[in-house]
Unconditional design. Sequence first.
Length: 223
Amino acid sequence: MAEPAPAEVQPPNTISLRAPSKYLADPSQPPPTTNGEPFASPPLEWLWRTWAVTHSTLSMWRSARNVRITYAPHKPAEPPVANDNLVEYEKKSGKGGVKRVEGIERPDANIPAAWTWRGKGWLMIASSHWEVLGWGERPLLGAVGDMGEGAERWAVTWFAPTLFTQEGVDIYSDRKEGLSKETVDGIMKAFKELKDAPKLVELVEKQMQEVAIDLPWKEGKQS
């Protein structure tokens, strides 16, 4: 008798976060989240899209605007599936074109929802490790009595320290204009409940800032 197909992971509709693997005794085990439920990795198909970075602890984004990251399946799509990673951003002043950083990232064999990124071209010498700490979809609520106007996808990512940067956290939205205040407030509340990572909580409290968004996005490569 054939084994039943595994149940498809549905996007959580509540906000909860897990601690990064560096703070856990056994990173290979599914970590608990701030609501007490086991962490479930987002399906790759859910991750493959363009995300606007709306908030970050990383100082590199203080002088940038319209920061976005596109994940796409790397070809050939052979298991374990790698991602193509494209970061695009503009100068906060609006001068110049779009700057781009391209890389390829491969899944970590021992840690769920974690990848090792390596740059393309002259950035091949650069690498980093990052993890999804939380993800989900929430309804967008309109006026009182309104049933909503669709949904917004959100994600929180953590980046391990490198030779050039300290550890950092980004908040993503699948909407160019960013996340609703309710979702941002829920994410910040969940950070305060990360008891396994007090240093990360302190980092977020001290350094998390909004990333400038000034629509429309510029398109194309740097001029």
